[in-house]
Design a protein around this ligand. Structure first.
Ligand code: BGC
Length: 758
């Protein structure tokens, strides 16, 4: 794999907060920001953070004026104990990148080996020269394990080297009252529960959250070469271990093993942490590195995308895909937070981002992980049903706009709870998973129930008016327009949800009669209800403007005043930080793709003219103030043959965090956009769509490239797609007969290996 590294030179170290996010090391369970072990000097803006996916505390949600059904608490991802602390002294002098001379210094993320490495060649103020390497790994095979490996090479000195390692339980969350995308209060969320020292190399700290009363344990063990005894200093909230390596020429090696465990996953986290640590130590660090590499080899076999002719973009793309893997929750408690495990922006909450922007990658590249993400939604179905009742519905499920364990954590309902489309997004994605994998058992066990319950909510929410089924007072994906009647995106997804609920009801009666009967009787689903679903779907009102020949975003959107873009300077973006919401809502202005997104997700039966006119119309009004926008405009530009736009939007997505184009990468990486980059290639340039009975492709090649290659899974087949100026070639290894259409040409592909050239 080319460009497997993301590199930063310490000499152009400017924005440390951004680099901390970019160089986060995570595995979907634990995530550690790329802080320097030895810390900084002065008051550089930094967020020193370690997070455990779905490990949260509960904080009060404060309103000046509250109303019925407003959530009174919210969940918040907790910054847990800091195991990153390591300081190094050469003789009396403390190693720091801010003193002495940095002859060379760089760090990189090795995405093949799954390691972060920082290499520094440093001369101390008194002229002592050393090379130091720091290697970090969050294990993808033992999710609880995070390691730091340090090597100090004495170059022109033989002084004593002292390494002091700390585990600090006195930690806080980051807050910023001025930015709605970051938490505004409640920094201190953890109390010390237990601090234990086992011997001079190993220790354990257990912390407990203030309100949710969850516990997290960090078990830490140190190893050194040459072996030296540690000197341990136990404080009230932290432990320090000091290793003095005698003067001499030897290279000094130091490894810090950290195992995190928590009460959400482990019955007795302290005991479990110790057991797991014993196991890790019997295998050793080299075995852990090896396992990491093997895991990633398998991952890249499918996930790798090559772009011939643009290494920088290729690197951006790989980085984004790698981050998706680093962030994805791998158990039923967790999902992918909007910022992954790279920062505290959006407080570790899960949004619709997962379904519409991230799951497409997992469905086509890592279906087992996709299943895990979908299963998470099933796990929180009970909470969604409770919320539906709270919102005044008699039945159904209303998934929280943002959440960790299923409870609504959005305090601003016009751009939160009102986004009922999340129900449709979840249903849509279960259907996509099914169409891509054919995994009907999973649908019988989990998917059907979710799709039935979300379908019920549309029936509760909508009503008949002049013979059409209408849905009032919702907010679509575009958060610059709120509480509207008949948002096209919402209605079209609701229609699809209702249709598939009816279809699965009938299919499962045939294919899984036992499970079907049990489910219907458990949730009281009847054939009459299904008939009502079918009727509402058939009569769903989809707003359309005859004059413009476009789908109207909602009933009132096209009658509003157009935003004065000409007189809005760059500094006024994102608008949400500079204008009152009401002012924004009164205008035709979009934060992100809305109708255009609906056209991407559900394109069948819509004429190219309507797709094109709608794109042209809404594009002019879209600020892309949300990072979820550009990818969709890139995909639809590809569909419509706007190749330059497709390329330009793609570039925006590919390096958004590496180049900090939204200016807030310090708060964490934009995970949805990262999925969007992959989609811009697979769904955009190569035009992949998962249809009811086939996989469709419609490849195009940006003129800037010589070609591109990617691999995906479809119905147990592995398909490698190669596109260049001369041809498109598909190498298919199928396990059953599958149907693929390439540029409308139909191919029935038998079991075994087949090559298609178009
Ligand atoms: C977007 C939402 C998104 C959220 C989290 C907001 O800025 O408008 O669509 O779900 O960010 O990424």
């Amino acid at each position: 794999m080319k460009s497997g590294w993301i590199i930063e030179n310490h000499r152009d170290m400017q924005d440390l907060g951004v680099s901390e996010s970019i160089f986060n090391v995570a595995n979907g369970y634990v995530g550690v920001r790329g802080n320097f072990e030895e810390g900084y000097e002065g008051d550089e803006p930094t967020v020193r953070g370690t997070y455990i996916n779905a490990f949260y505390d509960i904080t009060p949600m404060l309103y000046g004026e509250s109303a019925y059904g407003f959530p009174d608490t919210q969940q918040k991802l907790v910054n847990v104990m800091d195991v990153q602390d390591v300081t190094i002294h050469i003789g009396e002098e403390k190693f720091s990148l801010f003193t002495g001379t940095v002859v060379s210094g760089r760090r990189y993320l090795d995405m093949r080996e799954g390691k972060y490495v920082r290499l520094v060649h440093w001369i101390s103020p008194q002229g002592k020269e050393v090379e130091i390497s720091f290697t970090r790994m969050a294990s993808l095979t033992t999710l609880e394990l995070f390691t730091i490996d340090i090597e100090v090479t004495r170059i022109n000195c033989q002084d004593e080297v002292t390494i002091t390692s700390g585990v600090n339980g006195d930690v806080s969350n980051y807050t910023n009252a001025k930015d709605p995308r970051v938490a505004s209060g409640h920094a201190k969320l953890l109390d010390m529960k237990n601090i234990e020292v086992f011997d001079e190399t190993s220790l354990q700290i257990v912390l407990e959250t203030n309100t949710s009363k969850l516990q997290v344990a960090a078990t830490t063990v140190h190893q050194t070469t040459p072996a030296v005894n540690g000197e341990l200093i136990k404080g009230e909230k932290s432990v320090m271990v000091r290793y003095a390596f005698p003067a001499g020429k030897d290279i000094v090696q130091f490894t810090k093993f950290n195992v995190f465990t928590d009460t959400r996953r482990h019955e007795d986290p302290a005991a479990h942490g110790r057991e797991l640590m014993a196991l890790v130590l019997t295998q050793g660090i080299q075995a852990a590195y090896m396992a990491q590499e093997v895991y990633l080899q398998h991952f890249w076999e499918i996930a790798n995308i090559e772009i011939q002719g643009d290494e920088v973009l290729e690197q951006g793309l790989r980085y984004n895909v790698y981050q998706l893997l680093q962030s994805v929750g791998k158990d039923k408690y967790s999902n992918i937070a909007a910022k992954g495990l790279s920062g505290e922006g959006y407080e570790g909450h899960y949004f619709w981002d997962t379904e519409i922007y991230i799951l497409p990658f997992f469905i086509l590249c890592q279906p087992e992980l996709a299943k895990q993400l979908l299963r998470y939604r099933y796990t929180i179905l009970g909470e969604a049903k409770k919320r539906a009742l709270e919102l005044g519905h008699k039945k159904g499920a209303a998934y929280a706009w943002r959440t960790i364990t299923g409870e609504e954590c959005s305090g601003y309902f016009p751009a939160g709870t009102a986004q009922y489309h999340i129900n449709g997004d979840i249903a849509y994605t279960y259907i996509q998973y099914y169409l891509a994998t054919g995994d009907k058992d999973f649908i019988a066990e989990f998917g059907a129930e979710v799709v039935f319950e979300t379908a019920r909510t549309w029936m509760e929410l909508g009503h008949y008016h002049e013979g059409l089924f209408k849905i009032d007072d919702v907010t679509g994906p575009d958060e610059y327009t709120a509480i509207v009647n008949n948002n096209y995106y919402t209605n079209v997804l609701a229609k699809y949800n209702l249709e598939w609920a009816a279809s699965w009801y009938k299919q499962l009666a045939e294919t899984h009669p036992g499970a079907w009967e049990a489910l219907c009787s458990r949730i009281g689903l009847t054939t009459d209800e299904i008939t009502a679903f079918e009727e509402a779907a058939a009569k769903m009102y989809l707003p359309f403007d005859e004059k413009l020949n476009i789908h109207a975003q909602d009933d009132s959107f096209l009658a509003k005043k157009v935003w004065d873009f000409e007189n809005t300077s760059e500094e006024k973006h994102p608008l949400l930080l500079h204008y009152h919401p009401l002012h924004i809502y009164r205008h035709q202005v979009l934060k992100q793709a809305d109708t255009v997104l609906a056209h991407f997700l559900l394109e069948d039966g819509i004429s190219t003219d309507v797709l094109r006119n709608s794109y042209d119309y809404y594009e002019k009004l879209t600020t892309h103030d949300s990072s979820l926008s550009c990818a969709i405009y890139s995909i639809m530009a590809s569909k419509l043959g706007y190749s330059d736009k497709a390329y330009d939007y793609f570039i925006e997505t590919a390096r958004m965090d590496l180049d900090n184009t939204h200016g807030n990468t310090k708060d964490g990486l934009h995970m949805a956009n990262m999925g969007g980059t992959w989609m811009s290639i697979v769904y955009g340039f190569s035009g992949v769509r998962i249809k009811d009975d086939h996989l469709a492709l419609n490849p195009s090649l940006p003129k800037q490239w010589k070609g591109y290659t990617f691999t995906m899974r479809y119905r147990q087949a592995t398909i490698t797609v190669e596109v260049n100026h001369l041809k498109t070639q598909l190498i298919v290894d199928a396990q059953e007969l599958i149907h693929i259409k390439v540029m409308e040409k139909s191919f029935k592909i038998p079991m075994g290996k087949t090559i298609i050239t178009v």
